[in-house]
Design a protein around this ligand. Structure first.
Ligand code: CIR
Length: 303
């Protein structure tokens, strides 16, 4: 991918929130009940922000059979014109990929790839693309085979594998690290256990990385929940991340910012990036299979 094309997207696929989300969404912490109307309002706000970020928003109908279907990021890894269909690590989510596959293949005509090994699991939320290389977290949702598939299907990038199984505070790698801009990695600490996990991830990333990045330190998970897209940063509200983090972002990020409250969706472990599949499709990218044979071209070849 050419340098100017990283973090540049022209489509974003999102998926509406089903009614079943309210009581059946997977949650690592069962605490306060989810207010579905508020969750849908958060989704609408994010959709409106995306529409202001120079992307064509493709909105999928919710599927009541899949309470977590709004967390579409976990269903595929899309980098450049290639879309690798994920194999979600939680059984209740595995069927979500069917609809996504159709859109990526038939509507967007991307180069869609499948992981053949039935034992592999891979959630998109475990894959961090820095624009130059890829980090994959192997833990609760993604296993070794799933991570190896990322390396296999994106051979043009250095793919670094990080074991996150022992990080109790992490469901996905991107709960703790996200890109805040070109070459800027944001990392989120928090309570003792969160800080321990964040320090471990940063150490691993630093020892594996082929490139160097600036690090933006934030002191809670809401602070690090962000998405860099088309030269803009979408992040959580001041109220959710606190004054200190908001001040750090104010000071360090000079480009356009959009704020979204995600407090209901985050009760089911949702994050900004989890809500969309950003895609860059070259205008005239066509997947044509040639049926020309050697015999057809032989008369035109001078030996
Ligand atoms: C789940 O447990 O699968 C959903 N409730 C949350 C998924 C969030 N995905 C992500 O951050 N990539």
């Amino acid at each position: 991918m050419a340098h100017g094309e990283t973090f540049k997207y022209n489509y974003a696929i999102i998926c509406r929130i089903p009614q079943t989300f309210q009581y059946k969404a997977l949650r690592t912490k069962t605490g306060k009940p989810i207010d579905i109307d508020r969750a849908r309002k958060e989704y609408d706000d994010l959709r409106d922000i995306l529409k202001n970020c120079d992307v064509n928003v493709i909105e999928l109908q919710e599927d009541e059979n899949y309470p977590d279907c709004c967390f579409i990021e976990d269903c595929a890894v899309c980098i450049g014109g290639t879309a690798l269909i994920a194999r979600p690590g939680h059984t209740t989510r595995q069927g979500e990929v069917g609809e996504i596959r159709k859109v990526l293949k038939n509507d967007l005509k991307l180069n869609v790839q499948e992981i053949k090994d039935a034992k592999a699991t891979l959630d998109g939320g475990d894959v961090l693309f820095t624009g130059k290389e890829i980090f994959v977290g192997i833990g609760k949702r993604t296993n070794d085979l799933g991570a190896q598939a990322v390396a296999e299907f994106f051979p043009e990038y250095n793919v670094n594998l990080i074991k996150i199984g022992k990080c109790e505070t992490l469901l996905h790698l991107k709960d703790v690290v996200n890109m805040a801009g070109r070459n800027i990695v944001a990392v989120g600490c928090g309570n003792d256990a969160e800080t321990k996990d964040a320090n471990y991830i940063m150490k691993e990333m630093q020892s594996l990385a082929e490139y160097t990045y600036r690090v933006l330190h934030l002191d809670n998970r809401a602070g690090v929940d962000m998405l860099y897209i088309n030269g803009r940063l979408i992040h959580r509200t001041r109220e959710e991340m606190g004054e200190k983090n908001y001040g750090v972002i104010d000071e360090k990020i000079p480009y356009t910012r959009h704020r979204v409250n995600l407090s209901e969706l985050s009760k089911a472990d949702g994050s900004i990036s989890s809500m969309l599949l950003p895609i860059y499709k070259k205008k005239n990218q066509m997947n044509m299979l040639s049926d020309i044979t050697e015999d057809d071209i032989a008369p035109f070849c001078h030996k």
